[in-house]
Design a protein around this ligand. Structure first.
Ligand code: HPA
Ligand code: ZN
Length: 336
């Protein structure tokens, strides 16, 4: 079997996926028509051509504009279902999805509309595709602490549908400590905690997420290599880093995939795994991310297996469910 097929068939979990970032240009146009929203693009090709980013902010501007076509519960259902079907094709067995409620509530869309649509698609995917999931609410870090508190309040009636909270959007200038009190409040409500840190921001942002917010996973985290003491701590505590290779090259965090530090992180014994972040914008879903790093960094089968195992080990699944998936990976490795 070719390594490419080995990757495709490997059972995987995805832990860093923004559902708004899975909005493909075709669905963007369909929803724009359905909701009578006018788009600044003539066609799907023009949209794809606009996805040429120089940094995180240049992406975020287009990503938030795209979300304006999402208006009804059905729209959020269709968006989520499209991702889940695509994830299923990539042999993703479990996915932990971020959503950005403030992107929608700030446009007058009720929190309830957003979460009901997403939740129903997740429930249907578990039933029909056997694909399990968790939902993580992200606060937009360029907005205020007060706005984050209001969002947390709006989430409480749906507490049982949301496993945890995260932090995304413009990193530099918006350090984790800005949300220390919101994260502390969320912890009292039993939410698990993660945060984007060390994508464009320095290693200090990772320290801030760990010490200031008490997160159990770091999203991206690739800038940790700036600080050997931090790398040592991440390794010793096996704190997961949800690495997103195609995102990192599209947003110029690394110039070329050959320059990506994923292998360096693996070699340092860090609990890293591969994720697609915003696949509709960055040119590929999970298997495409695996293929890209495998090819550029010449990863071995052992390393590919380790990445897949790390994805389940780092998830919010129960311990028995993790063991079941690890066992399936081992069986797969023996068969092929
Ligand atoms: N970083 C920060 N904010 C985001 C991202 C990201 O990679 N994707 C969607 N929002
Ligand atoms: Zn992200």
């Amino acid at each position: 079997m070719m390594d490419k097929d080995f990757i495709s068939g490997l059972p995987k979990a995805e832990l860093h996926l923004h559902i708004e970032g899975s909005l493909e240009p075709e669905l963007l146009f369909k929803l724009a028509e359905r909701n009578q929203v006018s788009l600044p693009y003539a066609n799907v090709e023009a949209v794809r051509a606009a996805y040429d980013f120089s940094n995180l902010q240049s992406f975020l501007d287009i990503y938030y504009a795209g979300a304006s076509v999402l208006q009804t519960e059905q729209d959020f259902y269709d968006l989520t279902w499209a991702y889940l079907e695509r994830a299923h094709q990539d042999n993703i067995r479990h996915t932990e999805i971020f959503f950005d409620p403030q992107t929608h509530t700030d446009r007058g869309i009720a929190f309830e509309v957003v979460i009901r649509g997403i939740h129903q698609a997740l429930a249907d995917a578990e039933q029909q595709l056997g694909l399990t999931s968790r939902l993580i609410l992200c606060f937009l870090r360029h907005l205020s602490e007060e706005a984050a508190f209001a969002t947390l309040q709006a989430a409480l009636p749906f507490r049982s549908w949301i496993v945890g909270i995260g932090l995304d959007s413009s990193e530099v200038g918006n350090p984790p400590e800005k949300f220390k009190r919101v994260f502390a409040k969320a912890e009292t409500k039993g939410f698990r905690k993660v945060a984007h840190a060390g994508e464009e921001g320095s290693a200090d942002y990772i320290w801030g997420a760990l010490d200031g917010l008490g997160v159990e996973r770091i999203d991206h985290g690739v800038q940790c290599v700036q600080d050997p003491e931090l790398v040592q701590l991440l390794a010793a505590r096996q704190i997961p880093l949800t690495v997103c290779p195609l995102s990192n090259t599209k947003l110029c965090v690394f110039d070329r995939m050959e320059d990506h530090n994923l292998k360096q992180l693996l070699d340092a014994g860090l609990r890293v795994m591969i994720n697609s972040d915003d696949p509709a914008y960055f040119g590929g879903y999970l298997n495409a991310n695996f293929h890209a790093v495998w090819q550029a960094l010449k990863l071995s089968r052992e390393e590919l297996l380790q990445l897949a195992k790390n994805s389940f080990l780092s998830s919010f699944l129960s311990e028995p469910a993790k063991l079941k998936h690890l066992h399936e990976i081992e069986q797969y490795a023996r068969q092929v």
